[in-house]
Design a protein around this ligand. Sequence first.
Ligand SMILES: Cc1cc2nc3c(=O)[nH]c(=O)nc-3n(C[C@H](O)[C@H](O)[C@H](O)COP(=O)(O)OP(=O)(O)OC[C@H]3O[C@@H](n4cnc5c(N)ncnc54)[C@H](O)[C@@H]3O)c2cc1C
Length: 340
Amino acid sequence: MSLLSDVPVSTDESRRIETDVLIIGAGPAGLYGAYYAGFRGLRVAVMDVLPQCGGQISAMYPEKPIFDIAGFPAVRGRDLVDSLVAQAEPYEPVYLLGHRAVELSHDADGRPVVRGDQGITVHAGAVVVTGGVGTFTPRPLPAGEAFLGRGQVYFVPRPADHADRDVLVVGGGDSAFDWAVTLAPLARSVRIVHRTDRFRAHRATVDKARALGIDILVDSEVSALHGAAHLERVEIRHRVDRTARVFPVQTLVTALGFKADLGPLQNWGLTLRARRIAVDTRMATNVPRVFAAGDITDYPGKVRLIAVGFGEVATAVNNAATVIDPEAQLFPGHSTDKED
Ligand SMILES: Cc1cc2nc3c(=O)[nH]c(=O)nc-3n(C[C@H](O)[C@H](O)[C@H](O)COP(=O)(O)OP(=O)(O)OC[C@H]3O[C@@H](n4cnc5c(N)ncnc54)[C@H](O)[C@@H]3O)c2cc1C
């Protein structure tokens, strides 16, 4: 996998990428689209504003088993993302991670040109937008973010980074409890702090956290962060009796949810319905050579599930292939006919 989280720049020209298909959004739909484009013999680039692949799965529930993926009675979120990346890998997708797609134009030949916020321009034969709910921005910790990148994090892509640390997780939802349960076997200590005594997290995960001995502080909130170069201690205040306690903390995971925002995609001239992109049965949008798939699309009867996104992105990429090359067949052939 060519992970271009930061594209090497030697000349201005290196900021220009030529590809057949540009996929915007590295969630499950986008990753499967990368496989499909490769399977069709097309060059593919995948752009995502997040530093990791997997979209909502990686951001919100990497450790949760998913039960409704065809052929898998249960698959852990993280494992599904890894498998999707592995499935596309033989076709060497170019991953442009950490880049937000901000502007769409068309060149003199009518081919889409997408500009990223870090100065990259991608010239493509077709664009497939798999942007999910848009870019999600983590809700900040009310006590402040002075230690972001110095102990304070929103995601836990590599749990091992937090081995032997005292971890504090803020929040009462699924991701808060998932991170806590994931880190418990590795960390020196794990504590959860939540503003109320009611949790949005799945009951089974809350029970698991308790069984693992995770200290759950309710009706409490973070009131101050302390440290020098790195986070060292956190003060937690009880919201009713106002007593404060200070705990050693080297990792603070803020899991207070996300704000979703279609952002720049709203200005691309795409027909939107209820903040989703309207598509036809080919998954084509109203903008030439721009297709969409996954949670971001809207049409009568739309169901927002990973399984549905897989089907939609296969349709989108196959139709894009016929736009890129009018001689190409819509039907891709069977993967079973492919040589190993
Ligand atoms: C807690 C939870 C549990 C769930 N459980 C299930 C389940 O059991 N089964 C199921 O089928 N579904 C489940 N879902 C829903 C499922 O996760 C979504 O349907 C799925 O992730 C949608 O995939 P997607 O690829 O369309 O979009 P997403 O996963 O949302 O990915 C979209 C990606 O696009 C990126 N992006 C957006 N705009 C831009 C831009 N302008 N530039 C660059 N990048 C951009 C985002 O950063 C994101 O990474 C669950 C969701 C949640 C939150």
